[in-house]
Write a protein that binds this ligand. Structure first.
Ligand code: SF4
Ligand code: SF4
Length: 72
């Protein structure tokens, strides 16, 4: 079971990749096949079940794209 559930406001993403770089379990990636309206690749998870709910991605994101719902 995942420890967290992510929600993205994709249109606010500016493709800085900080979330991808700092996710401790390395499950985040930029989907090269999907762009938001600003032309940046949408960030997705390779394996949502591996999320540990740390919310590092949300804390690092300069544009408040990511919300993490943490499961207890
Ligand atoms: S909450 Fe933590 S483990 Fe889950 S995607 Fe974000 S940085 Fe990775
Ligand atoms: S940190 Fe935020 S703005 Fe940067 S790529 Fe991730 S979701 Fe997009």
């Amino acid at each position: 079971m995942p420890k967290g559930k992510l929600t993205f406001e994709y249109e606010k993403c500016k493709g800085c990749m900080l979330c991808v770089a700092f996710c401790p379990v390395k499950i985040m990636y930029a989907d090269k096949g999907t762009l938001n309206r600003s032309g940046y690749n949408i960030i997705r998870l390779t394996d949502p079940d591996k999320c540990i709910g740390c919310a590092t991605c949300a804390l690092m994101c300069p544009d408040s794209v990511i919300t993490v719902e943490v499961y207890n």
